[in-house]
Write a protein that binds this ligand. Sequence first.
Ligand code: NAD
Length: 453
Amino acid sequence: MKIINPATEEVITTIPDDTKESIRQKFKLLTEGQRVWASVSLPERIAAIEKFWSLLDTEKDVLAETLTKEMGKPLQQSYNELNGARNRIRYFIDHSEKHLAEEWITEEGGTKEKIVFDPLGVIANISAWNYPYLVGVNVFIPALIGGNAVFYKPSEYTSLTGTHILELLHKAGIPSDCFQLAIGKKEVGELLLDLPLDGYFFTGSYKTGKYIAEKVASKLVPCQLELGGKDPMYVMEDVEVAKAAADALEGVVYNNGQSCCAVERIYVHQKIYDAFVQSYVEQCSKLTLGDPLTKGTDIGPLARPEQREFLLSQISDAIFKGAAVLHGGNLPEKKGYFLEPTVLVNVDHTMDVMMEESFGPVVGIQKVASDKEAIELMKDTKYGLTAAVYSKDFDRAEKVMKAMNTGSVYWNCCDRVSASLPWSGRKASGLGSTLSYQGIRAFVQPKAYHLRG
Ligand code: NAD
């Protein structure tokens, strides 16, 4: 498999894919390794994860550079991602013992009762490329702490990062027969679906997630999905316009617009619509697009060439239906999968750009006359990941948040994930939760003890 730098289109290196036979051997190894790992004490398992947490810091320069080279995010954002991943790991280190401890329900009387949390077994972690550390640690860290073995399939666009993760986990003391990689494209992912694994934890697109859920349904094992979104932001008329526009812009373009909870559509109250659009475009035009390894670059290339074609098709669909481009919309004349950050106005819900996940630095801004209209438009989606509202008035904002059928809601913030809160999507955005105590318990199964004597 060729690993390509999306900023230069050059081949960084070539690595071998896994085969049916190598996957079978790794599965056998993991099955044996898991039995031993489950008998290692919880504090010892956590101690190995703590070592990994330290190594991510010691090795951060090489890890950040690899990530930027293989998927194109600006280097500072690679460092930010590593830092964010360490914060999440720290949460799991500090909270797992409490949430995995056996729980006495009845300690007196003829029958004593308690709950014990057993590992699931060997689980698949099929992952995405946009935040390989962040979305990876949501799964493999609590899974390992819980006594599972992990078959980790990094995305084919971040395989080198996947290899770094493997090396550092093993160096930290996670036995090599408890964490293995499946390297390759979707065909290698398919091989994991054919194995009798004890759980499937997927991060990626709605299309693949739905396919995987259907394919593994008959196994009757847990299947969790963290999928895409079309996350709205509503800006009320009482905000500080430049600040709200700055937040919106960051929510749209951070990670080159390739965040599952990126701001994907903006609704602005008519009283400040013109001022907001002007401020957004002004700030957008100051962003620097270029080599993601160079300091000061705000926007790098997209990770995949097909995504550029997809975004261009969303932009032309919108223009055809009456939208105007106020900024961007072009491919810069340089090598690499770059696309200028794009601002569309005169948009409506007949346009793909307001209905289908863009996953790039492109946004439509729509004028609304009331909170009621904003709520209706925000809810007009098949997705349900996050929704943001900006206002000084909490009571008004709360009404909007309560109306959303999404896993997360934001007041005066956006594009944010917290390790202490459950991360979950509804409808086409996913199934199940990671992070928080729910994301610790997601990788174990309760066993009920009824004890007499
Ligand atoms: P993708 O669905 O193309 O691929 C995800 C993973 O699935 C990759 O490792 C890929 O090789 C594998 N895969 C593809 N087809 C498969 C098959 N038939 N069987 C088994 N495995 C298969 O998604 P992507 O492009 O890597 O990621 C982008 C998507 O992920 C976006 O929609 C984004 O919103 C979403 N995402 C969601 C979250 C979240 O937390 N909700 C986080 C990050 C990304």
